[in-house]
Design a protein around this ligand. Structure first.
Ligand code: AP5
Ligand code: ZN
Length: 214
């Protein structure tokens, strides 16, 4: 199963990717996590990306498309994958299409901006696994610690309110056009398009995903 998770920053893509990965055994490809790993590793690309990410802007299509193509070609993606945070621009979606990468389901998480700003303030992440928590809505079993490893959780550098607002503006400007793009793909029979109310509790969103994916 090949799935694209589409939605604003903080809409719940990473949270539900973790759920779907466990349920369907397909890997999560999060371009944001890949970039953060490159930053941590101190690569040249990582250093350049950090500046852009801290401003809430998008890393160049060229870099991102290269990263994803390389990742999708790996063995564990043979039977499917979850794209989390990609594509995020029309040229990224076109590049996938031109590369002959077919998608089965595009899932849009619909969440208003004010809910997002509230969520991001309480987000805590475990970078090594991609697991995501929220201090109120999805708390870890032990405060500040990852459920599986007990490692310390961190706050992402781009979760400051100003940066979140900049990311939301970029989403509406550059990523939201993909809603139409994939609705048209679905109308042409190339994939299925589903819109989910992402303001519901985490478990309810997971339940609806299970129902529609089978
Ligand atoms: P990326 O890491 O992809 O960030 P994002 O898309 O902005 O999305 P987030 O990870 O912030 O949110 P999410 O939807 O995964 O929500 P989450 O599940 O964590 O990208 C970061 C940056 O990298 C970009 O700004 C850009 O610079 C660059 N980049 C990445 N991909 C790129 C690309 N393709 N092209 C160019 N540049 C790219 O949930 C958020 C919080 O809410 C958590 O605390 C969670 O616990 C909580 N929560 C989740 N669901 C619920 C719920 N149903 N109810 C209550 N709380 C919930
Ligand atoms: Zn995420």
């Amino acid at each position: 199963m090949r799935i694209i998770l589409l939605g604003a920053p903080g809409a719940g893509k990473g949270t539900q990717a973790q759920f779907l990965m466990g349920k369907y055994g397909i890997p999560q490809i999060s371009t944001g996590d890949m970039l953060r790993s490159a930053i941590k590793a101190g690569t040249e690309m990582g250093l350049a990306a950090k500046k852009v990410m801290d401003e809430g802007k998008l890393v160049s299509d060229e870099i991102i498309i290269g990263l994803v193509k390389e990742r999708i070609a790996q063995d564990d993606c043979k039977d499917g994958f979850l794209l989390d945070g990609f594509p995020r621009t029309i040229p990224q979606a076109d590049a996938m299409k031109e590369a002959g990468v077919k998608v089965d389901h595009v899932i849009e998480f619909d969440v208003p901006d004010d809910v997002i700003v509230d969520r991001m303030g309480g987000r805590r992440v475990h970078p090594a696994s991609g697991r995501v928590y929220h201090v109120v809505y999805n708390p870890p079993k032990v405060e500040g610690k990852d459920n599986e490893t007990g490692d310390d959780l961190i706050i992402r550098d781009d979760d400051k309110e100003d940066t979140v607002r900049a990311r939301l503006a970029v989403y509406h400007d550059q990523t939201q056009p993909l809603v139409n793009y994939y609705s048209e793909e679905a109308a042409a029979g190339n994939c299925e398009y589903h819109k989910i109310d992402g303001t519901q509790p985490v478990d309810e969103v997971s339940k609806q995903l299970s129902e529609l994916l089978g």
